[in-house]
Design a binder for this molecule. Structure first.
Ligand SMILES: [Zn+2]
Length: 248
């Protein structure tokens, strides 16, 4: 038997009454879990197999799956479902973690980021876009692609103007070096300044900084492409929902 804490990233119905879950655990990273009978009306596994919920689990390792024996709710994060923005941005966080994580590879920093992010988001009432951009920056750093921002990633000089962002180089490049990545894109000084601010700021202090909606939208889509580039994916499903929210 294995005892660990974990957060449910996704669920899929299996046969009539069972669930196959993807759980991000503290000790094992992402694992596939079979929860037998979790759909039965009075299943004792019902609460601890809900998407977003944070639980303590007792698992048994099988050939293809871990089997869920027991689950105790630590935090249901039910608040996530009370507000459409919390739900959409929360789904985006879960999808990013799920799609970027190989199975059974422990990453405690990423687990703690996930837990902290859901905690903050489940109580957030405004400033969602600023929160999610800060999340993207921390997330991409914790999976190994922290953007190089203080100096030109190529020549290491501090650029003054005409700063470009390079997905390939993983950071900013100056005007003398941008021929190294012709697909690099120009970013204005507001975006550049906000990138540096949001990379290091704790979530609790986000309310103290002001960034315009226009700048945040540019950052969000730039970081989206940077993340997709690094994890070798075409798109995130939940990103379409975010687009819909931002258009309205
Ligand atoms: Zn340079």
């Amino acid at each position: 038997m294995i005892k660990t804490e974990g957060i449910v990233l996704s669920e899929m119905r299996f046969k009539d009454t069972s669930k196959i879950l993807n759980i991000y655990t503290k000790n094992l990273g992402k694992i596939p879990v079979m929860a037998k009978g979790a759909y039965k009306a009075n299943s004792r596994l019902m609460g601890s197999t809900q998407v977003f919920s944070y639980n303590e689990y007792i698992l048994k390792k099988g050939q293809t799956f871990y089997y869920l024996n027991q689950g105790n709710i630590i935090e249901s994060f039910y608040n996530m479902r009370e507000n459409v923005e919390r739900f959409v941005y929360g789904s985006y966080i879960l999808e990013l973690i799920e799609k970027s994580s190989p199975e059974e590879e422990e990453n405690l920093t990423l687990f703690l980021l996930l837990e902290k992010s859901l905690k903050i988001l489940s109580e957030l009432n405004d400033g969602f876009l600023k929160f999610i951009v800060a999340f993207q920056l921390k997330f991409v750093s914790f999976i190994g692609y922290k953007p190089h921002l203080n100096t030109c990633v190529s020549c290491n000089k501090t650029p003054i103007s005409d700063i470009r962002w390079s997905n390939i180089e993983g950071g900013i490049i100056c005007s003398s070096c941008f021929s190294k990545d012709m697909s690099s894109i120009y970013i204005n000084k507001h975006i550049y300044k906000a990138m540096i601010e949001l990379l290091y700021i704790p979530f609790e202090e986000l309310e103290n900084i002001n960034i315009s909606l226009k700048t945040l939208k540019s950052m969000q889509s730039l970081l989206e492409r940077y993340i997709l580039f690094n994890i070798d994916r075409k798109e995130f499903n939940s990103f379409k929902m975010i687009d819909m929210i931002l258009e309205n």
